[in-house]
Design a protein around this ligand. Structure first.
Ligand SMILES: NC(=O)C1=CN([C@@H]2O[C@H](COP(=O)(O)OP(=O)(O)OC[C@H]3O[C@@H](n4cnc5c(N)ncnc54)[C@H](O)[C@@H]3O)[C@@H](O)[C@H]2O)C=CC1
Ligand SMILES: O=C(O)[C@@H]1CCC=N1
Length: 264
C-alpha cells in the first residue's frame, strides 16, 4: 500500500503515526509546506517527507488529504492533471462535500470522505466513511485501512457533519470530562498524577463495559447506583447542574459552527 498524506499537521501526523504503528503502508509520503515539524519521520526507511504534493501523488496510490478546508480546493487543482485510476482520494476535510471534490477532479475518480480522530495515532480511532458513486468500488479498501487503526462505520454523506462533532471533536469533549474528573480527584486528596490515572482508566473501563456487553449506559449505571447511596447522590447533583444538557447543547453548537465553516 503506497500512501500519501497531503497536509501533515495535527491530524496528518496522527494518521502517519497510526499507519506506522499498524505497519499499514509499504511506502508513505508526507507533505507539508514547512517540513521542520515532520523531520522526525525521516528516520523511518519507508517514509519520504516533501513540500511537493505532485511528487507525493505520483508515487502513491492512496491519497489522504488533511489540510484546512480553505486550502483544499487549491491543492486539488494543483494535482488534478496527474490523477489516474490507480488513485483513491480520501478526504478528512470538514465541511467539504463530495460534489465539490468531483467538480474539480471529476466524477470518475474514486473519492472517499472520512472522519477519523486523533486517537488514530494509537490505533483507536472511530472513523466514519462515505464515498461517491465511483468510490463505492474502493470503500472496502478504505474500511480496511481505517480498521487497522481502530473502528470504522459507513454512513451517508448527510451525516458527515454530525460525525465530525461526535467522533473528531468528541476527543476534545471527552478529554475535558477526564480533566474535570481529575480535578475532582485532586480535591479529594489524590496527587495530580494519581488523579489522572484514576480518571482515564475509569473512563476506559466504562467504554469497555459498553463495547463488550452491548448494554445501554443506564443498565450499567443501575448496577452502580446503590439506593440512597453516594453514586445516585452525585449523579443527580450533576444533572441538576446540567451535565447532560450542557453536553447536548455543546454538540449542537459545534454542529452549527460547521455550517459557518462551509460558508466561509
Ligand atoms: N485535528 C483533528 O482532530 C481533526 C481534523 N480534521 C480535519 O482535518 C484537516 C486538518 O486539520 P488539522 O490537522 O487540525 O490542521 P493543521 O492546520 O494542524 O494541519 C494542516 C496542515 O496542512 C499543511 N498545509 C497547508 N497547505 C498545504 C499545502 N498546499 N500542501 C501541503 N500541506 C499544506 C499545513 O502546513 C498544516 O501542517 C481539517 O480540514 C480538519 O477539519 C478532521 C478530523 C479531526
Ligand atoms: O475543530 C475543528 O474544526 C476540526 C474538525 C474536527 C476536529 N477539528
Amino acid at each position: 500500500m503506497k500512501i500519501a498524506i497531503i497536509g501533515t499537521g495535527n491530524l496528518g501526523i496522527s494518521i502517519a503515526k497510526g499507519i506506522l504503528h499498524s505497519n499499514g503502508a509499504t511506502s508513505m509520503y508526507l507533505t507539508k509546506r514547512n517540513l521542520e515539524e515532520i523531520r522526525v519521520f525521516e528516520k523511518y526507511g519507508n517514509v519520504t517527507i516533501t513540500s511537493d504534493n505532485r511528487e507525493a501523488v505520483d508515487n502513491s496510490d492512496i491519497l489522504i488529504f488533511a489540510v484546512q478546508p480553505r486550502h483544499f480546493a487549491g491543492i486539488l487543482e494543483e494535482i488534478k492533471d496527474i490523477l489516474t485510476e490507480k488513485h483513491v482520494l480520501i478526504s478528512t476535510i470538514t465541511g467539504f462535500s463530495i460534489a465539490s471534490m468531483e467538480a474539480i477532479v471529476g466524477k470518475a475518480q474514486y473519492i472517499i470522505r472520512s472522519m477519523p480522530n486523533t486517537a488514530i495515532s494509537v490505533g483507536d480511532s472511530m472513523t466514519c466513511l462515505c464515498s461517491n458513486e465511483a468510490g463505492k468500488k474502493r470503500i472496502d479498501l478504505a474500511k480496511a485501512i481505517f480498521n487497522r487503526m481502530g473502528h470504522s462505520m459507513e454512513i451517508p454523506e448527510t451525516r458527515m457533519q454530525a460525525a465530525t462533532v461526535i467522533c473528531a471533536s468528541g476527543i476534545a469533549f471527552w478529554m475535558r470530562l477526564i480533566r474535570a474528573t481529575t480535578q475532582g480527584a485532586i480535591q479529594l486528596g489524590f496527587d495530580a498524577k494519581e488523579a489522572q490515572e484514576l480518571a482515564m482508566h475509569t473512563c476506559h473501563g466504562a467504554a469497555s463495559l459498553l463495547i463488550n456487553s452491548g448494554n445501554h449506559p443506564e443498565q450499567e449505571i443501575d448496577k452502580v447506583t446503590t439506593p440512597m447511596g453516594c453514586t445516585i447522590e452525585g449523579l443527580n447533583e450533576m444533572e441538576h447542574q446540567g451535565l447532560s444538557s450542557s453536553l447536548i447543547r455543546g454538540i449542537i453548537a459545534s454542529h452549527d459552527k460547521i455550517n459557518q465553516i462551509k460558508k466561509g
